[in-house]
Design a protein around this ligand. Sequence first.
Ligand code: ZN
Length: 319
Amino acid sequence: MTRLISGIHHVTAVSGDAQENFDFYTGALGLRMVKKTVNFEDPGVYHLYFGDTEGNPSTILTTFPYGRNLAKGRHGKGMVNTTAFSLEMGGLDYWLQRLDRFDIAYKHPQERFKDEVFVYLEDPDGLGLELVFSEGDLRKGYTDGSIPFEWAIKGFHHVEIWLEGIERTAALLTMQMNHQVIREGSGRIRLGAEDRPGKYVDLLAMPDVLRGLGGRGTVHHLAFETPDRESQIRMKNNLEDYGLQVTDVKDRKYFSSVYFREPGGVLFEVATSAPGFSVDEPVGSLGQSLMLPGQFEADRERISRLLPEIDYHSGGKQL
Ligand code: ZN
């Protein structure tokens, strides 16, 4: 039987300034912008996708850059507070120097589970990120040459969710969503659809912290990958039988999606692997042009005028 959930598909965050966002993720972190489109629910705002060369599932951080005036959110319970990227252990010194060079503040490297070293930092809007250095992640990542390819970000390592208590979220993931307990310790329980980077969801019980508040610098939702529309419908039916309210299937052009709120308060999505980001432009030029879904194409001129220009050769890469 096909597994209904195979791991993380993407993480979507609420951001501020589009240029600053682009410069940080493509410049400092060296990800590829694999798609420049609009928020399908609100086409006055970009939807930017950053990932590896093809924008493979488990590598894609997406942002809604609403502008600097959007109020900052608050990290807290019921939220993904840290999105962690996976890197090769040998790249630690390179990355510390790189963060210094880009003037990015970070916490000193610490060890977790004995075989991974992590560095916590935040993006310009305060989104919680980690660089996790370990051995054996075979994914290639992306580099345009500004980062030696062996040190490039390979994709996600894990996401970290803070909860009042972990039980109900852990039950949902293990009983309905193909996850297993991978590790416990360091104040967290690590679940995974498989035991490898890009597949991990870390749950932390944080009863004493405030609830998170949506806004600039917070994660909007966490998407899991399902193979196709058929498995997506089976997943939706299972979740509804489990007592959750799941949206209808939405066509996101690059995947189709259903959404639901998990018991701990985090918005989860189940997104299909296909068709992927090369459905409307070739892999070689992903992210170069504004791509619009059919329903907005007739309005392209007006939509383009509303969106701030993104200078692809700004700040980041020249440093
Ligand atoms: Zn999504």
